[in-house]
Design a protein around this ligand. Structure first.
Ligand code: ADP
Ligand code: ZN
Length: 602
């Protein structure tokens, strides 16, 4: 009788379980239900794949992400697991073939779209086949107020009624308690054991920098740290997506645009190139990403401020699913805040909703301006407490300096007041620094008491002060005007001199390079030849099998080969990520590559 550990090692090629995987697997094998909350990359799939392989019958996986099913099934087939899927992309013939395979016990796992599952035909098919379990993936889709709501998910309680003896597991990476509650009630999982993992993604290095010259900042980041790697660059508008992608191509990167305005066929091509080729930089709006489970995305860069911490965490969470080091870089400036605040207040929608949106943005700004560990702030937002600073975010790696800015802040706030609370940052800075521009004189602003009282600071320093005041809620943006800044209630004690204000001192250069861990350990010069040869071998096999390279082996597995240089199958099998089937299918090809290099270096 095989144990879960046997299956993990032989079929998947991994030495040991992560986190709560084993307990979850045991629960299902015992025939009980489970609810699993685990961050992206935590290893949710094994939680239903392994019990399926150990229980009689087929495991049915319900997922809304039909674009992913083919890849998921291909990846399982490469492991020697018999998998199939049913969704609207299949022809009638393909559907029949899969149904036949199911009835004749030739499938271990069946992926089904919810709308397909709920059809009478599918339900009666499932009634005539032995079932190992139901896995409800992306279970947060039952939450009606959530972004990913799917009406079909509400009807999944039918599983409990029609198949009461089949254990169910619901899985999601969505953190909050309200969603969890909704999953339990909607899916009838009151009896299910709950497994809640922490939401930290320790391998992602969070960095938030002031927008200075964003293109140069991005270029510098890509060249110095992520040359020849895959990643995503998020922009707010379609226009900016296209321009940025074009510009990156001119700089020698393999950049592709992705946004909802592109023809569907082109979007699909770009998405599939991103998955299958290495080194693609996807420049995209937030239309891109849902259900992209490419494990080796090494960076996510935001050129514009996300609307909320939820969005930021979800988007950056697409980096580093394989657990290897990855970077999340966000560039932001005052103009982002102004733009977002205006977009929100001019949007249709109830006042209460708008107010919530504004509050979310304020929390996001708070994250941008913190002078302590960013990860602690992020996790606290989701109700997770990280006791000590993480050591892997920019504020931990090069702590920002703060200064007592009370006097400068008072000058800035008075200037806002004296000019009538309707001007934007540029105008205020001109007044503070005593500019003789036409505009200033025409408005008579050279006669104000605050005219020229801020010559001691540069325009850049004033900009930073104003930005931080908006972020901290001392100033807000006039929703009607053109980025005009207004005082808030919070200003009173500051203006009266009763409260000091500490601000972050802007550092010219971004976080000191040397202290920032590089995203992937450098490959030593003398190993580069073998490394390239291993990658070429993987790419050739991937093309032959029609799958993305990471389905053959992950980077971490190739790197272990580089370090250990196995020359016999037994040694190769000991490497994490190499299981029995992959050894049989690909082992010789990789061993040949390694042996050849070993002989040459004798
Ligand atoms: P999730 O669905 O939670 O985002 P996945 O199930 O896709 O995560 O797993 C993320 C990655 O981690 C996958 O590449 C998977 O093969 C790998 N993985 C999962 N469990 C283990 C384990 N116990 N040991 C090593 N790698 C694992
Ligand atoms: Zn930190």
């Amino acid at each position: 009788m095989q144990t879960p550990l046997d299956v993990l090692q032989h079929t998947f090629g991994y030495p040991s379980f992560r986190g709560q995987q084993e307990a979850i697997i045991d629960t299902l094998i015992a025939g009980e239900d489970a609810l699993v909350l685990m961050p992206t990359g935590g290893g949710k799939s094994l939680c239903y794949q392994i019990p399926t392989l150990l229980r009689p019958g087929v495991g049915v996986v319900i997922s809304p992400l039909i674009a992913l099913m083919q890849d998921q099934v291909d990846a399982l087939n490469e492991l020697g697991v018999r998998a199939g899927f049913l969704n609207s992309t299949l022809s009638m013939e393909q559907v029949r073939a899969t149904e036949q395979a199911l009835l004749s016990n030739e499938l271990d796992l069946l992926y089904v779209a919810p709308e397909r599952l709920l059809q009478g035909r599918t339900l009666s098919l499932l009634e005539s086949a032995p079932l190992a379990l139901f896995a409800i993936d992306e279970a947060h889709c039952v939450a009606q107020w959530g972004h990913d709501f799917r009406a079909d998910y509400l009807r999944l309680d039918i599983l409990q009624q029609r198949f009461p003896q089949v254990p169910r597991i619901a899985l999601t990476a969505t953190a909050d308690v309200r969603t969890r509650q909704e999953i339990v009630t909607r899916l009838g999982l009151e009896q299910a054991r709950q497994f809640v993992a922490g939401f930290d993604r320790p391998n992602i290095q969070y960095r938030i920098q002031l927008k200075d010259n964003p293109r140069q900042q991005l270029l510098q980041f890509l060249r110095a740290e992520h040359a020849q790697q895959s990643g995503i660059v998020y922009c707010l508008s379609r226009n900016k997506v296209e321009q940025t992608a074009q510009w990156l191509c001119q700089q020698g990167f393999n950049a592709l645009p992705y946004h909802a305005g592109l023809p569907a066929a082109l979007r699909a091509t770009h998405q599939s190139r991103f998955l299958r080729e290495e080194e693609i930089v996807m420049v995209a709006t937030i239309a891109f990403g849902m259900g992209i489970d490419k494990p080796d995305v090494r960076f996510v860069a935001h050129l514009d401020l996300p609307k909320s911490i939820e969005a930021y965490y979800q988007e950056t969470g697409r980096a580093g699913r394989d657990g290897e080091p990855a970077t999340a870089l966000l560039l932001y400036g005052l103009e982002d805040v102004v733009k977002l605040r205006q977009m929100m207040s001019s949007s249709e929608g109830a006042e209460a909703f708008k107010r919530q949106e504004q509050q979310r943005l304020t929390a996001m700004l708070g994250l941008c301006e913190v002078t302590s560990c960013r990860r602690q702030v992020l996790l606290r937002y989701f109700g997770d407490i990280l006791e000590t600073p993480c050591g892997n975010c920019d504020t931990c790696l090069s702590p920002p300096e703060t200064w007592d800015a009370s006097e400068a802040v008072r000058k800035a706030l008075s200037c806002v007041y004296r000019t009538g609370q309707r001007f934007g940052a540029n105008h205020l800075i001109d007044v503070l620094r005593g500019s003789t521009a036409e505009r200033i004189l025409a408005l008579g602003h050279d006669r104000l008491s605050t005219y020229g009282i801020g010559r001691d600071l540069s325009a850049g320093e004033w900009r930073s002060i104003l930005r931080q005041l908006v972020a901290a809620g001392y100033l807000d943006v006039d929703p009607e005007g053109y980025g005009g800044l207004r005082l808030t209630e919070r200003c009173r004690p500051v203006l009266r001199g009763e409260q000091a204000v500490l601000l972050r001192r802007e550092v010219k250069a971004p976080a000191a390079r040397a202290s920032v861990r590089r995203a992937l350990e450098e490959i030593p010069e003398e190993e580069l030849g073998l490394w390239q040869a291993l990658r070429a071998c993987r790419k050739r096999l991937a093309d032959e099998h029609g799958v993305p390279p990471y389905v053959i082996f992950h980077d971490a597995t190739l790197r272990a080969m580089l370090e250990q240089k196995p020359v016999e199958p037994r040694q190769l099998l000991a490497i994490s990520g190499v299981g029995d089937t992959k050894l049989e299918r690909f082992g010789e090809a990789f061993l040949d590559v390694i042996r050849e290099f070993e002989y040459e270096s004798l």
